[in-house]
Design a protein around this ligand. Structure first.
Ligand SMILES: CCC/C=C/C=C/C(=O)SCCNC(=O)CCNC(=O)[C@H](O)C(C)(C)COP(=O)(O)OP(=O)(O)OC[C@H]1O[C@@H](n2cnc3c(N)ncnc32)[C@H](O)[C@@H]1OP(=O)(O)O
Length: 286
C-alpha cells in the first residue's frame, strides 16, 4: 500500500525526505546531513506543505520524524537567519518590524501545521536537538530519543527569545515551569536521562538504529488502530490542552455525537469478542 505522499510531488522535496518503510506510516527525515539538518527556508516551507498534504492523505495514519546523519537538527540555519535580518527594509522601523512579524508568523506555521495534522507525529531524536529543533519536537505528539541525544533551548545565546513554540508548548510538556525557565534562560544542555525524567521524552533507546525501530513499531501500532478513533483522540487532546476541562468535555461530546456512528465501533467490538486485536480489523481509510 503506497501513500499518495510518496508520489511525484514529494520526490521534489529538497531539505526533507519522505520514506514509507511500513504500511500507513510515513517517515519524514530532516535531510541536510552535511549541515547537521539546520533548518533552511526551504525546509520551513516544505514542512508546511508536507503536513498539509499528510493531513489530507487517507493512506497515512501516523508519521515519524527523524534527522539524517549525525544530528536531529542544529536548529535554524544561522547563515540564512543572518541574510534574512540583513535584507529587511532599511529605511523605516515600522516597516522592518512588520516584515519581521510576517517572517516569524510564517516560521511558526511550519510547526503548527505538524501539531494540527490529525495524524499522530512521533519525533525520534538522536544527537543534537538545538534551538528550533526543540520548538519542532514540542509540536510533536510523542518524543523518543537515543542515549546520545541532547536538547538545548539555545535562542538566548543567539540574543533572542525563542519565538516558534518552545516557550508556549514546553511548559505544557514538562511538568516543572522552573526547569523550563532555567533551560530557556541559560541554554543549558539537557541530556537524554534528564529529558526522560522530566517528561520531555517518554523513551530512551540505546542508539539511533534501536530508536528508529521502536519509533516505527509504535507508529505501526497507531496505524493499525481505527483512524476515526486515533484522529479523534489527537484532535480532542489538542483542543483540551489549552482549555478548561468543562470546554473539553463539551467539545468531545459534540465530536462523538457524529463519530460514535462509525462502523469502526461494531468492527472493533466484534474483534474483541472474537479475541482478535485491532491489527486484525480492516478499517476503511479516512
Ligand atoms: C525568526 C527566527 C525563528 C527561529 C529561531 C531559531 C533559533 C535557533 O535555532 S538558535 C540555535 C542555532 N543553532 C546553533 O547555534 C547550533 C550551531 N551548530 C552547532 O553547534 C554544531 O554544528 C553542532 C553541535 C550542531 C554539530 O557539531 P559538529 O561538530 O558535529 O558539526 P559542525 O562541524 O559544527 O557543523 C557541520 C556543518 O554544519 C554547519 N552547521 C551546523 N549548524 C548550523 C546552523 N545552525 N546553521 C547553518 N549551518 C550549520 C556547519 O557550519 C558545518 O558546515 P561546513 O562548514 O560547510 O561543513
Amino acid at each position: 500500500m503506497t501513500s499518495p505522499m510518496t508520489s511525484a510531488a514529494v520526490q521534489e522535496l529538497q531539505s526533507l525526505r519522505l520514506l514509507q518503510e511500513r504500511p500507513r506510516v510515513l517517515h519524514l527525515q530532516l535531510h541536510r546531513p552535511g549541515k547537521r539538518n539546520a533548518l533552511d527556508l526551504r525546509c520551513w516551507r516544505e514542512l508546511v506543505q508536507v503536513f498539509r498534504d499528510i493531513a489530507q492523505d487517507p493512506e497515512c495514519r501516523a508519521v515519524l520524524i527523524s534527522g539524517a546523519g549525525a544530528a536531529f537538527t542544529a536548529g535554524i540555519d544561522l547563515a540564512e537567519l543572518g541574510s534574512l535580518l540583513a535584507a529587511l527594509p532599511a529605511q523605516d522601523a515600522a516597516r522592518r518590524a512588520w516584515a519581521l512579524r510576517r517572517h516569524i508568523l510564517e516560521f511558526q506555521q511550519s510547526f503548527s501545521a505538524m501539531e494540527r495534522c490529525p495524524k499522530p507525529v512521533i519525533a525520534a531524536v538522536h544527537g543534537p536537538c538545538i534551538g528550533a529543533g526543540v520548538d519542532l519536537i514540542s509540536a510533536c505528539d510523542i518524543r523518543f530519543c537515543s542515549q546520545d541525544a541532547y536538547f538545548q533551548v539555545k535562542e538566548v545565546d543567539m540574543g533572542l527569545a525563542a519565538d516558534v513554540g518552545t516557550l508556549q508548548r514546553l511548559p505544557k510538556i514538562v511538568g516543572s515551569q522552573s526547569l523550563v525557565n532555567e533551560l530557556a534562560f541559560t541554554a543549558r544542555i539537557m541530556r537524554a536521562p534528564e529529558a526522560l525524567s522530566c517528561g520531555l521524552v517518554s523513551r530512551v533507546l540505546p542508539d539511533k538504529a534501536a530508536l528508529l525501530e521502536v519509533a516505527l513499531e509504535v507508529a505501526e501500532a497507531i496505524a493499525a488502530r481505527s483512524p476515526v478513533a486515533v484522529q479523534g483522540t489527537k484532535v480532542n487532546l489538542l483542543y483540551s490542552r489549552d482549555r478548561p476541562v468543562s470546554e473539553g468535555l463539551q467539545h468531545v461530546a459534540t465530536w462523538n455525537m457524529a463519530m460514535l456512528q462509525t462502523e469502526d465501533i461494531p468492527k472493533s467490538v466484534q474483534a474483541a469478542l472474537d479475541k482478535k486485536g485491532p491489527e486484525d480489523v480492516p478499517f476503511a481509510k479516512l
